[in-house]
Design a protein. Structure first.
Lengths: 229, 954
């Protein structure tokens, strides 16, 4: 027996459903399937969504990211997965390696990827669990992103305290979560999937005070958006 | 009433008149006015009635710190008119007076109530006869309080934005010292936040003719990148976090260094009649004139005991206010200022002070005399006609935030101040709050504090350090030149009758302080609590020093010996709504929550989760499970993956049960106990492979169990990986006689009893979804728990429902489990419940070689009779007792009902109860006392349904 049952089935024919799908749909999202996941792909106005990410704040669902939890004795983990400084995540081949504690880290891979990585790590004696379905993820992008996050999260997001690559476990709207700074004006919130609707509402409410709006995955994935992040 | 000539520094815009109303009458003001300044300019002198005696009260501070001008604005009570900017169309009403401000019925307490309302009268009156208490309560509630809340909830709602702001240096107070501190720290490279409660920073600079300097400093701060929070009240210091309330935003400012530059608060003088409208602080009079172009009176007399009062008198003259006389308690010093005052037309009365203020409802004249050390007038006195008495009784550092941070206040006799010292690391003071008074010292002090803060964080270089040292030397020299100050008497009086107030908010007089001391309340903390001095809306800003002085005079103790009362937040008044703020109510929802809503489920809180309690007919849902097939969302169950070479030993040490003997693919029920052998949680353990276990817990206990496991993993240094997957896996229980049939249609797994027996765990793909299936039976029926990734749960649920399973909720599940005597930890158990008292002795393996948590306690419990036993009961009469109802025998409570329901299948009322051992035998008759009802019940020790467990194993 194994823990493979943790990994969601995600295909075009049998898509996995994002924990944020209901909340996003209630907020006017158009749901579509991307990389085997049903989630908010747009909110009906691509131009406005792009503008929000560029000039105020846009937030969107990225729960389809593959999330692997790596646990091992610190020495073994480093040997298998490389050395990381606590507080700093490293981006390599499109995946973020995020140190949570000595002997514990999260890897964030693009949706649908990470399977080979899991096998390699397990062979190296690292305990790996697929937590893709356990954690919801919201990207917050734009000049107002830090101020938006300040409405519900006490982590210090000043660039000198949390530069790009900065990774902090902490309270996200009073729930246990993590914050990753993906770029100068781009953050990724990670939180328990069961809190998805609640966290989405908190982010939406906070962003609204700063003129922000929800955006679809298509807006977040646009080349200029990726570059800005 | 016309305004003084226009001058630089005034806040008003004479080209923009504003209309508003006061008690229904139309009034006029100007843009830039406060409500109080607009009313004052229109001739209003009485703004409120006092708390206890309902005496008329007028403007005293002019800056929103006192409680004399509390009004209701647009239905919202408790607004400080002297700090609240005027807005077009405002509807302003008085508070605490009926029927009107001019004629208040309750003013009779001032005339007649004194003997009946001494300090602490509420401890002695309104007690007997007891039967009249409902009447007393009604009267007191009507009479007490200041202002009335709007009745409609919609008018009382409030939403606050929370905003977290981290910075290097937080400067609290935007006067000269604060601006200098912020600027200096920012220039050295620090990230600085400056907080000031006024509409613009500058503090005393704005009224002392230094408004240009203030604005220049503020502009330079902004240019240097300082974030200035205007109109924000710093509420308190909480271990490095300062909460600042600004309108509808609550800023939580976290700084590496704090500089308190909160200034000092001018103090009143204490003499009979010192609360008459027209008696105000000299700074308050100056603010009216300097900021709003209003003469505080036609004929102003100033009474002071410090240089500050003379300076303010001069400033009033310069602004065009007629100052007829200045009484300075000091007999000498500051001759230069005195000469200037005389040249401006004021008579100087040295060595004298106010000993009485008189007038009918407002000030008409003040009596000035020399006083002895005890405050009694000596020699001849002068009575001066005036309509404004501007007083200066010294100042008190606004040190509350520093004291909250851990500083200690010590009385400095020479300075006549309680000065904060012993500041904790990372906290400094600047300006008047730490005794650095005067324009030059306060700016120097601020600059130095800013530099010190930034340098301590690694900003700046050697030349900045050198400059800071030079500033320190200059400051020391300036402070060394300061002359000792004279303290005013605790009470200056001509010996006649009349109330002399130490606390205007609470109507506390000098006599009250003396009275309380005579009753034994002779320490400052006791005096405060008994008299309520300093407990009013202004929180002692204008009364603490006077109260200490009065108590010192009476007891013979020194000011230093008495000290100050403990400083606590909030320093500034704040709405409860502002603190409650944005409604953070974290709610967990399963992936199926949307489906439950669509099906019309009754959704309620179950711990942190929103759960479907039923879908409209819990009895029918329960019956369906027992006669057909039902499906319940149990995603809330705690789920942990425990992996590693030491996983089985780890679990054996945690559980009283033996988990190491589990074979892969098998499940065992387990209870968790504390080290004292008390039940803390229960659940199942399924062995997935040699080194991997899947642990389930109660829904509400998931986090606690994960913490427990983590703690012991660290303590034992167990080679175990532990992961909480509660939120990543959905779980649904398919239960009922047709559950196997339905499941078989959806999977290729052999679901026969032989291939998939009770307490087996197997992997399978069900309706295209990979699942872990656990054959267990909380409901007591044939059933399977399907655990699958959250992201695939909805598809699986839809398929199973389409195949014929009826959704059922938490309520029918509770009926079903109760039929089987399956406990709910936390409901059928409490913090003292043991496995032996809960009929779970079978889950404790004392013959394990492995030591385990609670072993020593459980061994002792095994030898003794439990104090309570959990038993089933049924009620022949059909009543369903309330959960929590008492079991009684001969009038004595011997136990309680823990669970009770009516079983539709059995057609009877059933339950679980903790009873005394003597009542635990099968068939025993017990009596339940339930809110006045007496219910007879019969103990049943075996499950009500399928006692042998044949159904669940079928």
């Amino acid at each position: 027996m194994s823990v493979a049952f943790l990994r969601p089935v995600a295909s075009a024919d049998a898509p996995a459903r994002s924990p944020l799908a209901d909340a996003a749909a209630a907020g006017g999202a158009r749901l579509g399937v991307r990389d085997g996941w049903e989630l908010a792909t747009s909110f009906g106005d691509a131009e406005a969504e792009a503008e929000a990410c560029a000039s105020s704040v846009g937030f969107g669902d990225r729960s389809s990211l593959t999330k692997l939890e790596l646990q091992a004795a610190p020495g073994r983990l480093e040997a298998a997965a490389g050395r990381l400084e606590l507080g700093t995540a490293v981006l390599e081949d499109g995946a973020w390696a995020c140190p949570v504690a000595p002997g514990l880290r999260l890897e964030l891979h693009p949706a649908g990827r990470g399977g080979e990585r899991l096998e390699v790590l397990e062979e190296a004696g690292v305990n790996v669990l697929d937590l893709t379905a356990s954690l919801g993820a919201i990207s917050v992008r734009g000049p107002g992103a830090a101020e938006t996050i300040a409405r519900f999260c006490a982590i210090d997001t000043r660039p000198k305290s949390l530069p790009p690559g900065g990774f902090r476990p902490g309270s996200v709207a009073r729930t246990p979560g993590h914050l990753l700074r993906e770029g100068e004006d781009g953050f990724l919130l990670l939180f328990g999937a069961a809190y998805a609707e609640y966290v989405w509402q908190q982010v939406a409410s906070a962003a609204a005070t700063l003129g922000g709006r929800p955006v679809g995955l298509d807006a977040l994935s646009a080349p200029e958006a990726v570059h800005d992040a | 009433m016309s305004r003084l000539p226009e001058r630089p520094g005034q806040r008003i815009d004479r080209s923009r008149p504003l209309s508003f109303s006061f008690d229904g009458k139309p009034r006029q003001g100007l843009a830039g006015d406060t409500i109080a300044s607009a009313l004052y300019a229109g001739g209003q002198r009485v703004f409120s009635r006092s708390f206890k005696y309902h005496r008329k009260r007028g403007e005293i501070c002019g800056c929103g710190q006192c409680a004399n001008s509390l009004v209701t604005v647009d239905g919202a009570p408790g607004v400080r008119a002297c700090g609240e900017p005027l807005v077009e169309g405002m509807r302003v009403e008085h508070q605490n007076a009926w029927p009107s401000l001019g004629f208040d019925v309750m003013a009779a307490t001032d005339r007649f109530g004194g003997p009946f309302t001494p300090p602490g009268f509420y401890y002695k009156t309104f007690i007997r006869p007891r039967r009249l208490w409902p009447l007393y309560e009604k009267v007191l509630r009507r009479a007490a309080g200041l202002g009335r809340l709007p009745k409609r909830q919609e008018e009382r709602t409030w939403e606050t934005e929370y905003r977290r702001r981290h910075c290097d240096v937080a400067v609290l107070g935007g006067g000269g010292a604060g601006l200098s501190a912020a600027l200096r720290a920012a220039e050295l490279g620090a990230d600085v936040v400056l907080v000031d409660d006024d509409v613009e920073p500058g503090g005393a600079l704005l009224v002392e003719g230094e408004h240009e300097r203030a604005r220049d400093l503020a502009a330079r701060c902004a240019e240097a990148g300082v974030e200035i929070i205007f109109g924000g009240s710093a509420l308190g210091y909480f271990d490095g976090l300062v909460a600042v309330w600004q309108g509808d935003t609550l800023h939580q400012v976290r700084a590496a260094r704090h500089v308190a530059a909160t200034g000092s608060i001018e103090q009143p003088l204490v003499f009979p009649g010192n609360d008459l409208p027209g008696v105000m602080l000299s700074g308050g009079a100056l603010r009216l004139a300097a900021l709003y172009g209003i003469a505080p009176g036609e004929s102003v007399v100033v009474a002071t005991c410090e240089r500050r009062g003379l300076e303010n008198a001069l400033r009033l003259q310069a602004l065009g206010v007629s100052v007829s006389a200045v009484a300075d308690l000091r007999t000498g010093g500051d001759e230069d200022l005195c000469e200037q005052l005389r040249a401006g037309g004021a008579e100087l009365l040295r060595g004298m002070t106010a000993v009485r203020a008189s007038g009918r409802g407002r000030l008409a004249e003040v009596t000035i005399a020399a006083v002895a050390a005890d405050g009694r007038a000596v020699g001849s006195s002068r009575t001066l006609a005036c309509d404004c008495l501007a007083v200066c009784g010294g100042a008190a550092p606004a040190s509350s935030l520093l004291l909250q941070a851990g500083a200690r206040a010590a009385y400095d006799q020479a300075a006549n101040r309680f000065l904060p010292g012993s500041l904790p690391a990372g906290v400094s003071g600047a300006g008047a709050v730490v005794g650095h008074e005067g324009p030059a010292p306060s700016l120097l002090s601020g600059s130095l504090a800013g530099a010190d803060s930034a340098l301590a964080l690694g900003f700046g270089g050697p030349e900045d350090r050198a400059r800071a040292e030079q500033e320190r030397d200059r400051l020391d020299a300036a402070l060394a030149a300061a002359r000792p100050r004279q303290a005013p008497p605790a009470l200056a009086t001509d010996g006649g009758k009349g109330k002399a107030f130490v606390d205007l908010d609470e109507d506390i007089t000098v006599k009250d302080v003396v009275y309380a001391a005579a009753e034994g309340y002779d320490s400052i903390e006791l005096s405060k609590r008994y008299t309520t001095a300093t407990m009013g809306p202004s929180q002692g800003r204008f009364s603490q020093l006077a109260a200490v002085r009065a108590l010192a005079e009476d007891t013979g103790l020194s000011m230093g010996e008495l000290g100050l009362t403990t400083a606590r937040p909030p320093w500034a008044p704040v709405l409860l709504g502002a603190l409650a703020g944005r409604p953070f109510e974290p709610a967990k929802r399963s992936a199926l929550h949307g489906r439950h809503r669509e099906l019309g489920a009754t959704v309620e809180w179950a711990g942190e989760w929103r759960r479907a309690y039923d879908y409209g007919d819990p009895a029918a849902e329960a019956l369906t499970v027992q006669e057909d097939a039902g499906l319940i969302d149990v995603s809330t169950l705690g789920k942990l993956i425990v992996r590693g070479p030491e996983a089985e030993e780890f679990l054996d040490r945690l559980y009283p049960n033996r988990m190491s003997s589990l074979k892969p693919g098998r499940i065992r029920y387990g209870i968790l106990t504390s080290e004292a052998g008390r039940i803390t949680d229960d659940g199942t353990v399924c062995r997935l492979d040699e080194e991997t276990f899947y642990v389930t817990t109660t829904s509400s206990g998931a986090a606690a169990v994960e913490n427990w496991f983590s703690w012991w993993r660290a303590d034992w240094q167990a080679e175990v990986a532990l992961t909480d997957v509660t939120q990543g896996l959905a779980a649904m229980n398919l239960a009922g006689p047709r559950s196997r049939e339905i499941l078989s249609e959806l999977t290729e797994l052999d679901c026969s009893n032989e291939a998939f027996p009770y307490l087996d765990g197997q992997h399978a793909v069900v309706a295209g979804v990979p699942c872990l299936l656990l054959r267990i039976g909380f409901t007591g029926e044939l059933g399977y728990e399907l655990h699958c990734p959250l992201a695939n749960a909805r598809a699986l649920w839809d398929t199973i429902v389409a195949a014929g399973a009826r959704p059922f909720g938490l309520e029918p599940q509770r009926i079903l489990r109760l039929q089987k005597h399956h406990i709910l930890v936390g409901q059928d158990t409490d913090s003292e419940s043991t496995p032996y008292g809960a009929n779970l002795a079978w889950a404790v393996k004392l013959d394990k070689d492995q030591d385990f948590i609670g072993r020593w306690a459980l061994e002792a419990q095994a030898e003794a009779e439990p104090p309570h036993q959990l038993v089933g009961f049924s009620c022949p009469g059909g009543e369903v007792p309330t959960e929590g109802a008492a079991i009684v025998r001969d009038g004595v409570v011997t136990g309680q009902v823990t669970s009770s329901r009516r079983s539709p299948k059995l057609g009877q009322s059933i339950g679980l109860a903790m009873v005394a051992p003597g009542e635990a035998a099968d068939g025993t008759a017990i009596e339940i006392s339930d809110e006045g009802r007496r219910i007879l019940a019969t103990v049943t020790t075996a499950p009500f349904y399928d006692p042998e467990g044949e159904v669940v194993r079928s």
